[in-house]
Ligand binder design. Structure first.
Ligand SMILES: *Cc1c(COP(=O)(O)O)cnc(C)c1O
Length: 377
């Protein structure tokens, strides 16, 4: 865990849970991506953590940005980064937001159907579009399958429609699923992308770009391959499927860029048992739960590393829950969490790898709990 963050937390006075993000780690992660895929441009997925300091740092390092909404586009422009560094990557956009983005100078848009292409033809004439294809998300802890992307055999039709409407049919995108453990997951999608490139070339339309999406992992409890392994596997797959005609490529890391850079400090509010039965597990209630930062514990998908000051003591399994009066606000129950038997009410706990998908997933005031406080240092 980052010493800078631990120092910051030692000096913090106010109570209530918070997340602290270390910009040094974000910088290292950006450089690691740049080195692992030297010919690939990085588009940081702003939704993972839109803290202005993070966007500013990445803008200064030369990063581009994958934005999901007009508000995210405006946050990026506020750093001084130009609109040519922005991709409006959400496949579900209001036509008036497309028009506003276009007026701000954004000229790269994601689509996955003809109706979305039609909006762009009307609202952003001449823009570049890339077509997102479905990916099954196998091997990912947080799969993004189904909602975004079209069947690969539909993509040429969508792209040709864009071309005929005066847009630039620019390329293909996919997302192999977030927190993807399998470094080979890009291979199948790249094979499909190469097929779409060939299919389009036969129609006289030359695509230029493959958007490799996100999926690069943070280090939670499970061990994961490092970014260089992903880079090698992707370069190999590009060579296999595109031969000596490797297209322009971009990646959109969100979790892999900021996940490891943040730590949440929380507090034990209550420890109890539901009966006197000796097999009964302890329930440990924290002042943070699904509604103020830990939404990704949904279905126990993401298992965060948790540290306490009593980790040298014997541990036993607990059910870990959040503080709200909602029964879904339970973090780990199917697979209980091992915590020290000496853990007591009022103890602080540190939850690691919380830089991504925590502040943004925090409710405004459910049960009167304030959204997760965020510090970027
Ligand atoms: C969410 C998202 C990302 C980021 O995914 P990670 O797995 O967090 O890296 C990238 N691209 C698109 C289009 C997304 O929706």
């Amino acid at each position: 865990m980052s010493e800078r963050i631990l120092d910051f937390l030692r000096q913090r006075r106010s109570d209530g849970p918070c997340v602290v993000v270390d910009l040094d780690i974000v910088r290292d992660n950006y450089l690691t991506f740049s080195h692992a895929l030297p010919d690939t441009r990085v588009f940081y997925a702003v939704k993972a953590n839109p803290a202005p300091e993070i966007i500013q740092l990445l803008a200064d390092l030369g990063s581009c940005f994958d934005c999901a909404s007009l508000a995210e586009i405006e946050m990026v422009l506020a750093t001084g980064a130009g609109p040519e560094r922005i991709s409006f990557g959400n496949t579900i956009k209001k036509e008036r937001d497309i028009a506003r983005a276009h007026a701000l100078g954004v000229s790269l848009f994601a689509v996955d159907c003809e109706a979305e292409v039609d909006k762009i033809i009307r609202a952003a004439p001449g823009a570049r579009v890339f077509c997102r294809i479905l990916c099954d998300g196998v091997g990912a802890d947080w799969p993004l399958s189904r909602k975004f992307g079209c069947a690969p055999d539909m993509a040429p039709r969508v792209l040709e429609h864009a071309h005929r409407g005066g847009l630039v049919a620019h390329g293909v995108s996919f997302h192999v699923g977030s927190q993807q453990a399998n470094v080979e997951a890009w291979d199948g999608a790249l094979s499909t992308a190469a097929w779409i490139f060939r299919e389009m070339a036969e129609r006289g339309i030359n695509l230029a770009m493959v958007n490799l999406g996100g999926g690069f992992p943070a280090r939670y409890l499970k061990d994961m391959p490092g970014v260089p392994h992903y880079g090698e596997a992707i370069l190999r797959a590009l060579g296999t499927h595109f031969g000596n005609q490797i297209p322009e490529t971009i990646i959109e890391p969100g979790r892999g860029m900021v996940g490891d850079a943040g730590i949440i400090e929380a507090e034990v509010v209550l420890i109890s048992r539901k009966s006197d039965h000796e097999d009964e597990l302890r329930w440990v209630y924290l002042d943070i739960g699904k509604f103020n930062g830990l939404a990704e514990t949904m279905d126990e998908a993401i298992r965060y590393p948790i540290r306490t000051e009593k980790d040298d003591d014997r541990r036993s399994p607990c059910i870990l829950a959040g503080p709200t009066c909602d029964s879904v606000d339970v973090l780990y129950e199917k697979t209980p969490y091992e915590l020290p038997v000496s853990l007591s009410i009022g103890d602080k706990v540190l939850i690691g790898a919380c830089g991504a998908y925590t502040t943004t997933y925090s409710s405004v005031a459910f049960n009167g709990f304030e959204p997760l406080r965020s510090y970027v240092i």
